[in-house]
Design a protein around this ligand. Structure first.
Ligand code: WQD
Length: 342
């Protein structure tokens, strides 16, 4: 095995991680998954293996367990790391801030320390458009749009994570780091062999829509209808998880070409905004079903409207999204139907 193709993927059994692992393999890389399966299921590894037609290396390790994680660095020689493993539920983070700070910050520090110790210089960090908060001047945000105080402990872990990375690079270590600021990841693999597996009651819009349609939840509340947007509901940049996965592959390839230490923040979105009502209407049109939805109160802390300026992702990484929100809604629905049949 060519070690220069070994990529450590923490959280590689999760939603974005599993799609990225597939794309890495399809582009000649050899991903090694580290996941403790607290927020992912073993079935996602089986799904990856079915898509690619071979088995993959998985180590069941918590990234906060530095001793166990070090053993993985001793076992494999990595040319790059994609660090997904983290908690990601906004509401839960408000209720359990310390578990978010421990998991997301301690995990990041462990992975960075071991990267330095084992001379792994290429590093991709899962960041989020949440660092922009509610954009004030324009709803289209570039990477130079000012960062704002986070509106949840989860969002703060992403902001602090980026700051830690800036300081690490400023200290003169030999690392090259990409912080990918994801917009709203949606969709599933077209094979319906991997997709999102929300644990418990979903909070994000697409899982709420598909779970309502399949009968797992009784109704959908649209959080507010009096915003200053196209139809009064909030607008987001829904990025297909397959496109998002490919951004990581392009990111790893770009990092490998860089000779000097560097850190770059890059938006990963489509550049197009879609409202909550547009998502619901598109779903109804695709599925032929009528959803049981009603308008409710605004959700505390909701950003009104945001979407990505995607100039930098194209110019720097030669990456752009190919799939639309509509494509993602189709794949999310097929995934939900597949889960039901299983
Ligand atoms: C989208 C819209 C809701 C459920 C998430 C993360 C955030 C960042 C971006 C990663 C909002 C509305 C939802 C429902 C609704 N990603 N909605 N009824 O708020 O953009 O945030 O993605 O870091 O950190 O939390 O995504 O899917 O929760 O909501 O009306 O039952 O759908 O109010 O306007 P959001 P979301």
């Amino acid at each position: 095995m060519n070690n220069s193709k070994n990529i450590l993927v923490t959280g590689g059994a999760g939603y974005i991680g599993s799609h990225t692992v597939v794309d890495l393999i399809q582009n000649g890389f050899n991903p090694i998954i580290v996941d403790d399966f607290r927020n992912a299921q073993k079935s996602s590894v089986a799904g990856i293996e079915e898509i690619i037609g071979k088995s993959i290396e998985v180590r069941e390790v918590d990234v906060c367990d530095r001793v166990a994680l070090k053993k993985v660095f001793e076992e494999f020689s990595f040319s790059g790391i994609i660090h997904f493993a983290a908690y990601k539920a906004v509401g839960e983070s408000v209720e359990s801030p310390l578990s978010y700070y421990r998991n997301n910050i301690v995990g990041l520090i462990n992975v960075l320390e071991l990267s330095i110790e084992f001379n792994v210089s290429n590093f991709v960090f899962s960041s989020s458009c949440t660092v922009y908060g509610e954009p004030t001047d324009s709803k289209v945000v570039t990477e130079n749009t000012p960062i704002q105080p986070a509106n949840s402990p989860y969002g703060n872990t992403k902001r602090i994570g980026e700051e830690i990375i800036e300081d690490v690079i400023a200290s003169g270590v030999n690392m090259k780091i990409l912080c990918l600021r994801y917009f709203n990841p949606v969709g599933a693999h077209a094979s319906s062999l991997i997709g999102e597996l929300p644990i418990g009651k979903p909070n994000n819009l697409l899982p709420v829509v598909t779970q309502c349609a399949i009968g797992k939840i009784p109704s959908i509340t649209v959080n507010g209808n009096d915003y200053d947007t196209i139809d009064g509901t909030c607008v987001r940049d829904y990025i297909h998880v397959l496109d998002l996965a490919n951004a990581h592959v392009k990111g790893v390839e770009w990092l490998a070409q860089q000779e000097n230490p560097i850190v770059e923040n890059v938006n990963i979105g489509t550049g197009k905004g879609t409202s909550v009502l547009e998502v619901i209407e598109t779903f109804e049109e695709i599925s032929g079903l009528k959803l049981n939805w009603k308008f409710g109160e605004r959700r505390a802390g909701d950003v009104v409207e945001i979407f990505a300026d995607v100039t930098k992702s194209f110019n720097l990484l030669n990456w752009k999204s190919n799939l639309s929100a509509r494509d993602a809604i189709i794949d999310s629905w097929n995934w939900e139907l597949k889960l039901k049949n299983d």
